[in-house]
Ligand binder design. Structure first.
Ligand SMILES: Cc1ncc(COP(=O)(O)O)c(C=O)c1O
Length: 406
């Protein structure tokens, strides 16, 4: 059975009988809350569910403010503006991530500087951050400039990928040393902790996405969280068309229509009620994969740092062609033949044509991870039987491939 490629959108269901990569779990109050929006006519960009979703998410991560946005990408765009990132500034960002954070840097006219992943947990390498700031930049008039481009370095945007936090202490130390803002992209790591603190409450401002494959989904949506009163006020202003007078339509800045609807927020609120259950499922799925795949030569699972509690949002393995027998892309198509949806990680951004010409700093580790990585089915609702089917195939595929060759 072949999977339909149109089903690779975040959270899209698999074909009948197939096992999807990561689909939403909708088993709570979603129907009741959305019906309440319809019954009361509060269906658009204001309403009690928007306020409730904002305050529940902010309090979950321990932040003072939550500002809803239409997508995670919109949240990143606005967070960068609120944090004062301007045209021709530079922002250090992980190269091994989905493209949205780097695009958002370009939306404000600033430039990404791509930083490699570290090999253990695949997150932004803090040593390279410190090294780049120390050796490739210089201070002038109290600010820091890239020696190569002459542009000002303004911020660091670590992306906590796949459910695991970045090693934030050295990143925050470097940011303090050079007076840089830290904008976390915590989209993939809602519920993860770093030394006991929530991902999304470690830097100056953080962003989340609630698209279809995230731990908590609102269908589509995003959120900016921060303790900074002024940044929160400005973010809200920018996401709502920067309207200074709602009756006279007075605008003193260029704003955006980045509002989340009450219907989407209603779904988000219902999902938040189940977040502990979703996290427990992700962690259980990860530990089953770890246990049952550790004996497969050439398949390495995700490693959790001693200072982290991962959300294991997207369970990913590294496939070593020499010892497993086939590579990650061949394994993908073999699993696809059995109706099992898997996915490689993103092309590292320093290789992307969309960002050709941007600055890169030593990105070879990300390239190796990209070649080897394959994410396995890990929906919250993945049944034990379906997970066993995936595991059995990962065990048997190299043997069947070998005998086909003979
Ligand atoms: C790390 C990361 N940042 C940002 C986004 C963008 O979120 P959205 O699709 O809601 O715009 C995603 C999306 O999946 C993501 O994985």
């Amino acid at each position: 059975m072949r999977l339909d490629r149109s089903r690779t959108e975040p959270g899209a269901p698999a074909a009948d009988g197939g096992i999807p990569l990561c689909v939403p779990e909708i088993r709570g109050n979603e129907w009741d809350y959305i019906k309440e929006c319809l019954d009361t006519n509060w269906v658009s960009s204001a309403g009690s569910f928007v306020d409730r979703f904002e305050s529940e998410l902010a309090s979950y991560v321990g932040a003072k403010h939550g500002v809803a946005a239409s997508t995670g990408t919109a949240a990143l765009h606005v967070a960068l503006l609120a944090a004062g990132i301007q045209a021709d500034d530079e922002v250090l960002v992980s190269t091994l991530t989905f493209i949205a954070p780097a695009n958002a840097i370009r939306y404000v006219g600033a430039w990404p500087v791509f930083i490699d992943a570290e090999p253990d947990y695949w997150q932004m390498n803090p040593e390279l951050v410190a090294d780049f700031l120390e050796n490739r930049c210089q201070r002038r008039n109290g600010a820091l400039f890239n020696k190569n481009t002459g542009r000002r370095i303004k911020g660091i945007l670590p992306v906590h990928i796949l459910g695991h936090p970045c090693d934030m202490d050295p990143i925050l130390e470097a940011a303090r040393k050079y007076d840089l803002v830290v904008i976390e992209d915590a989209t993939e790591s809602l519920g993860a902790t770093y030394k006991g603190s929530m991902a999304g409450h470690l830097g100056d401002v953080a962003c989340f996405s609630f698209n279809g494959n995230k731990l908590v989904t609102s269908g589509g949506g995003g959120m900016i969280v921060t303790d900074n009163d002024e940044w929160a006020r400005h973010s809200r202003y920018l996401t709502t068309q920067a309207k200074d007078d709602p009756i006279e339509y007075i605008h003193n800045e260029i704003g955006y229509n980045y509002r989340l609807t009450n219907i989407q927020a209603a779904m988000g609120c219902a999902q938040m009620e189940k977040i502990d259950h979703h996290l427990a499922a992700k962690r259980r799925i990860a530990s089953t994969y770890d246990e049952r795949l550790s004996s497969v030569p050439g398949i390495a699972g995700m490693v959790q740092a001693p200072w982290a509690c991962s959300a294991f949002w997207m369970y990913t393995t590294l496939v070593d062609t020499a010892s497993y027998g086939i590579g990650s892309r061949d394994l993908l198509s073999r699993l696809e033949d059995s109706g099992i949806q898997t996915r490689p990680l993103w092309q590292p951004l320093h290789l992307s044509k969309a960002h050709s010409g941007d600055q890169i700093y030593d990105c070879l580790v990300a390239e190796e991870i990209w070649q080897k990585a394959l994410s396995l089915p890990c929906s919250v609702g993945l049944s034990g039987a379906d997970q066993a089917r995936v595991i059995d195939l990962v065990h048997s595929i190299p043997r069947t491939t070998e005998s086909e060759r003979e």
